[in-house]
Design a protein around this ligand. Structure first.
Ligand SMILES: Nc1ncnc2c1ncn2[C@@H]1O[C@H](COP(=O)(O)OP(=O)(O)OP(=O)(O)O)[C@@H](O)[C@H]1O
Length: 353
């Protein structure tokens, strides 16, 4: 599906499917085209080309859309109206009775404040109320635009639990978010959209296992790939020596293997990279070997740790937006002049010591 607003290319050739019984996270930075895609899906705007189907039909062709799809795009309600009255007003055209209104208030934890005016609600409470509205028709599919906006940590945990049990019942949810921490623990499938195009569509299990090796990730090989695929960091005052020994170890272990097996995804130039005066970066799974080589050659290690691959890393590797705690640029060696803050490296071999 493609959607242009005059000269703005909001989304271009976006294509993905959402499996029944799963939670799909539709993730992207601000302005990447999430809301536009959801609006097309819900029949609120017409696509420039292509189509978005629910159970094989466009939203507007569905016989009883509110019973199949519950959607929250913007949590809006009349401020003076009590929460329960807001829901009753929504329920009326859907031919949904008052008992269902009570049920959904209960389901979102607002039963105790149902008589209060919506204007007195916090943003988080308004999000819950909007979700209650989406649940009225007892739908199969929930489409939620930024549902965690305004929720406090307890509210986010509640939303995650809610979505998990929703999917466990065999129902389906598609939710957009630009804050990854909110969704990492609940989504089954991840679709990342960037500048109006799908940059990644992968199961969360693949991402968590660091098995995302798309062309895009290869293209961004370097510090961001480390975050996306996981990495081992080792710090030692003898970084040059350790790098040499590990490179030799790698060469001896991969000798005779075809290049494509010996090569590591996204890491041209060998598996061992120098990223600081006393710091090396290696592919995930190398920590044990580092320990063995260091012990064998009596090289003191100051630090040895494994960073697991994570969704945030994949997101930032693909979108190029700086992550909080972003990795530094690759180490290019000490400055040629002047800067004495980077100590020269000892170049002695193990046998010399
Ligand atoms: N009605 C519109 N008219 C013109 N441009 C629009 C319209 N709606 C969206 N856009 C533009 O389309 C692009 C995608 O916007 P969209 O709201 O879909 O992104 P988003 O990923 O949902 O962002 P956010 O998280 O900030 O809501 C943006 O450049 C936006 O300015």
């Amino acid at each position: 599906m493609t959607k242009r607003y005059r000269r703005v290319h909001a989304v271009t050739d976006v294509s993905f499917s959402v499996q029944r019984g799963s939670v799909t996270g539709f993730l992207g930075p601000n302005g990447s085209g999430k809301t536009t895609t959801l609006r097309v899906l819900l029949g609120l705007v017409a696509p420039t080309s292509g189509r978005a189907l629910i159970d094989g039909r466009g939203y507007r062709e569905l016989p009883d859309p509110a019973r199949l799809v519950g959607a929250v795009l913007e949590p809006v309600a009349y401020p003076a109206r009590a929460a329960v009255d807001h829901l009753r007003a929504l329920a009326l055209p859907m031919r949904v009775g008052p008992r269902r209104v009570d049920e959904v208030l209960d389901a979102v934890g607002l039963a105790d404040v149902a008589e209060r005016p919506v204007g007195a609600f916090s943003l988080g409470m308004r999000q819950r109320l909007a979700l209650a509205g989406a649940l009225l028709g007892d739908p199969e599919l929930l489409v939620l635009d930024e549902p965690a906006n305004g929720l406090d940590p307890e509210g986010i945990r509640w939303l995650r639990d809610f979505l998990r049990s929703w999917a466990d019942e065999g129902r389906t949810a598609l939710l957009s978010s630009h804050v990854l921490a909110e969704v990492t623990q609940v989504v089954d499938q991840v679709v990342i959209i960037d500048r109006g195009r799908v940059a990644l569509n992968a199961p969360m299990t693949e991402i968590a296992a660091g098995r995302v090796t798309t062309a895009e990730l290869r293209a961004t090989a370097g510090p961001l790939t480390d975050v996306a695929q996981g990495s081992v960091t080792v710090r030692t005052p003898h970084a040059d020596l350790l790098a040499e020994l590990l490179t030799a170890e790698h060469a001896s272990r991969t000798a005779g293997l075809p290049d494509r097996l010996a090569d590591l995804p996204g890491r041209s130039g060998g598996p061992v990279r120098r990223v600081g005066p006393d710091e090396l970066r290696l592919p995930p799974g190398w920590a044990e070997l580092v320990g063995q080589v260091a012990a064998r050659h009596q090289i003191p290690l100051v630090e040895l740790h494994t960073r697991e691959p994570d969704l945030e890393g994949v997101f930032f590797a693909l979108t190029g937006r700086p992550a909080s705690g972003a990795e530094p640029e690759p180490y290019a060696g000490p400055e040629p002049h002047g800067d004495t803050s980077v100590p020269a490296q000892p170049r002695h071999r193990a046998a010399d010591r």
